[in-house]
Design a protein around this ligand. Structure first.
Ligand code: COI
Length: 362
């Protein structure tokens, strides 16, 4: 791969950011960009000032949605280091998504280095309050100006950064979730496990309907029988029963969350009885009625850990843990954020340290 070209125009620092950052509203001063050309492969890697971009109206992604993305977080540790959480794992997942929709794969080490450089240049944008982070959004999309339906021959890869607060505006207040059986998000052998915009487009109408009814999110059922729970769209889901903790087994239509994977590992290390298996919505309703259901929480890069305070399915409004955050959820949130902020040692090697390289301004 070529060396990164740097066009750094201004000192990078966050100014006038409100205390409530919300999610994905503000962007840092620089982006990473590279192109894919059939004759050169991935080329022209550049870190440059953030600006609007102009596109040909026939740009393929705008018509057929050939795009993939990742969501990653950088944190500032209590020692002042800028660290990225599970950088490689995310870029490996980006490549899995790439293969599924005919996008050329990237070099994982090169992209992790590019991300490191960008985060290190924008280090002063990393917010430091607990629950806050610098959200990293790498994405790739088809660039050919062409209306035929086939994979694009040229692509653009961008990384943008956004200082964020908690994904849910009410902070660690448990969310209300509606189990969706009018629509499906994904089917097995479809795109469900791929981080591609189509899955998010598929979720919009159901999420709007749920919001109008006072819910924060939708829990999707499987696309075949609408019997088994799958995921929330922005989070994977975990159910705490008295005798086991369960998360739906990956079946091709569920996104393999990086936070999901981390939480499973932590729970195993804590000696909990954590199982990945199919869970029917009927099992959840029955266990609610018999008192076997103790809690429900979601995991995701954006949400980290989010307790579910209410789960509604048909005529069953299930108030979970009296609408309060579960003990296990809080413990997991504490554990993950302690690793993020360097409060606890990174025994799993999940953090990638970035290092300021003293790049000259031009
Ligand atoms: C993430 O957690 O990074 C996600 O992908 C959710 C995002 C679409 C808001």
């Amino acid at each position: 791969m070529e060396k990164i070209n740097y066009i750094i125009k201004e000192p990078s620092r966050a100014i006038n950011l409100p205390s409530e950052l919300g999610f994905g509203r503000y962007f840092t001063n620089h982006i990473f960009e590279m192109d894919y050309l059939p004759e050169k492969g991935w080329c022209n890697p550049t870190i440059k000032p953030f600006t609007d971009m102009a596109f040909h109206p026939a740009t393929m992604v705008l018509h057929y949605g050939q795009a993939i993305f990742e969501g990653i977080k950088a944190f500032k540790t209590i020692n002042g280091d800028a660290v990225i959480f599970r950088a490689e794992t995310h870029i490996e997942r980006l490549n899995n998504s790439a293969r599924r929709i005919c996008i050329p794969e990237v070099d994982v080490n090169f992209v992790v280095d590019a991300m490191r450089e960008l985060v290190s240049i924008e280090k002063d944008w990393i917010p430091t309050n607990k629950g806050e982070a610098l959200y990293i959004r790498p994405f790739i999309f088809g660039m050919d100006p062409f209306l035929g339906v086939n994979p694009s021959k040229t692509y653009k890869f961008l990384i943008i950064l956004s200082p964020v607060g908690a994904y849910y505006p009410r902070g660690f207040v448990p969310v209300k979730i509606l189990v969706q059986d009018d629509y499906v998000r994904a089917v097995r052998k479809g795109l469900g496990e791929c981080k591609t915009p189509a899955n998010y487009a598929a979720s919009l109408l159901a999420a709007e309907v749920a919001k109008k009814k006072g819910f924060d999110q939708v829990l999707w059922l499987d696309g075949v029988e609408q019997k088994y729970i799958e995921e929330v769209g922005t989070m994977n889901i975990f159910i705490t029963f008295k005798d086991e903790i369960v998360t739906p087994k990956l079946n091709g239509s569920i996104l393999p969350g990086v936070t999901r994977r981390s939480v499973i590992q932590i729970l195993e290390e804590w000696g909990e009885n954590i199982n990945q298996r199919m869970i029917s919505i009927d099992e959840i309703v029955d266990s609610y009625k018999t008192g076997r259901l103790v809690g429900i929480f979601g995991t995701g890069t954006a949400a980290i850990i989010s307790s579910v305070g209410m789960l509604s399915y048909k005529e069953n409004d299930m108030l979970i843990n009296n609408g309060k955050p579960g003990e296990l959820d809080l413990r997991l949130f504490e554990e993950l954020t302690s690793i993020h902020y360097g409060i606890k040692p990174d025994t799993h090697n999940w953090l990638t340290y970035t290092e300021k390289k003293g790049i000259e301004l031009v």
